[in-house]
Design a protein around this ligand. Structure first.
Ligand code: GDP
Length: 326
């Protein structure tokens, strides 16, 4: 691959995750040279990035290992760094590792940038989980945080340290406070993909029912490719800042089920869903909804698809995958 001199270079941590892979797709389209940092434990699972092999450069790195971050930054000399690397879903079983990677990992990247690449622009993937027990609905950039899990607490450190380095060292460091966002690449431990896959299995006669937890929870569900585009837009502005990225609509798990089952011609979805204590949360976040007015005005950003289209897209994709596997 010959490199053009004006080609921008980017480094994406968490490259094998849903967001990392969607951002790589976007940056390739924009003719960036893309470096993707993967943790050694995720090298084995390139489901989301198989199609990127040969198109991007994979680097092995670890957010809990400062030297590895320095190496990745020296090797890639990025103009832009996006941090999607995080421990997700092990909040309660591995709270210390969650803190080390999701909180201190951000500090390590910022320190590596400060030392070796101070002109690089940085975007942190912050999360609506930082709002947890929402004190304002919908939440905006000025709403107080109230995280409800070690994951949310750790992410809050990452958020504040990004702001702190921006203000203390004048770094171009931004945070995207991302509300729930999904796509066909979501892992099936997350409720949206668990439902889309389960509904596809019911449709194809591979399963008789789905087993879920709390069906009343409400989330502001958007489409992941839109959300990574918002992160890119943040780094193209004249000045750095923090932005809530959200659709502004909330829907319950029941709403998701209803649309997904209706799409396969089933009206009484409740007959196909069982509830189990196993999937109930220790400290549930009942509702999350964001107000993305700032992003819509300053970044000229808006979601490209609505909730119903998102659900149908995910169900259709799972039906297609399962048919191919048959
Ligand atoms: P989160 O918003 O990052 O926690 O995303 P999840 O997709 O993991 O959970 C969204 C909501 O769905 C939460 O309120 C869960 O309690 C609820 N939920 C209900 N059943 C399930 C389930 O079987 N798995 C998961 N992951 N969440 C479930």
């Amino acid at each position: 691959m010959s490199e053009r001199l004006d080609m921008k270079k980017s480094l994406i941590t968490g490259i094998n995750g849903m967001d990392g892979s969607h951002l790589a797709d976007l940056l390739l389209k924009k003719r960036y040279k893309v470096y993707g940092m993967e943790h050694r434990s995720s090298v084995e699972d390139r489901t989301n990035t198989k199609h990127l092999e040969g198109k991007i450069t994979f680097l092995t790195g670890d957010l809990s290992d400062q030297d590895s971050l320095l190496r990745c930054i020296k090797e890639s000399e990025p103009d832009e760094i996006y941090n999607f690397g995080a421990i997700v879903g092990e909040s309660w079983s591995a709270p210390e590792a969650t803190g080390d990677v999701n909180a201190l990992g951000v500090l390590r990247i910022l320190e590596a940038i400060r030392e070796f690449n101070p002109e690089a622009r940085f975007c942190q993937a912050s999360t609506s989980e930082m709002f947890g027990r929402m004190v304002e609905d919908p939440a905006n950039e000025d709403t107080s945080f109230y995280p409800q899990s070690p994951y949310g607490v750790a992410k809050l450190y990452g958020h504040w340290i990004t702001q702190n380095y921006r203000e203390s060292y004048g770094m171009f460091a931004c945070s995207g406070i991302l509300f729930n966002h999904e796509s066909e690449r979501r892992g099936n431990e997350i409720v949206t993909r668990k439902i889309s896959e389960g509904v596809a299995q019911v449709y194809l006669g591979l399963k008789t029912h789905l087993t879920l937890g709390n069906l009343e929870a409400e989330r502001d569900w958007g489409y992941a490719p839109d959300f990574v585009e918002a992160m890119w837009l943040m780094l193209q502005q004249d000045a750095p800042g923090d932005y809530v990225i959200a659709t502004g609509e909330k829907h319950s798990v029941k709403d998701f089920l209803n649309i997904a089952f209706q799409h396969i011609g089933i009206k009484n979805w409740a007959a196909y869903v069982k509830q189990d204590e196993r999937y109930m949360r220790r400290a549930e976040v009942d509702v999350l909804r964001g107000d993305s007015t700032r992003a819509r005005i300053e970044l000229n950003w808006k979601p490209s698809i609505d909730f119903k289209s998102l659900v149908i897209k995910m169900v259709e994709n799972d039906i297609k995958i399962l048919r191919e596997e048959k």
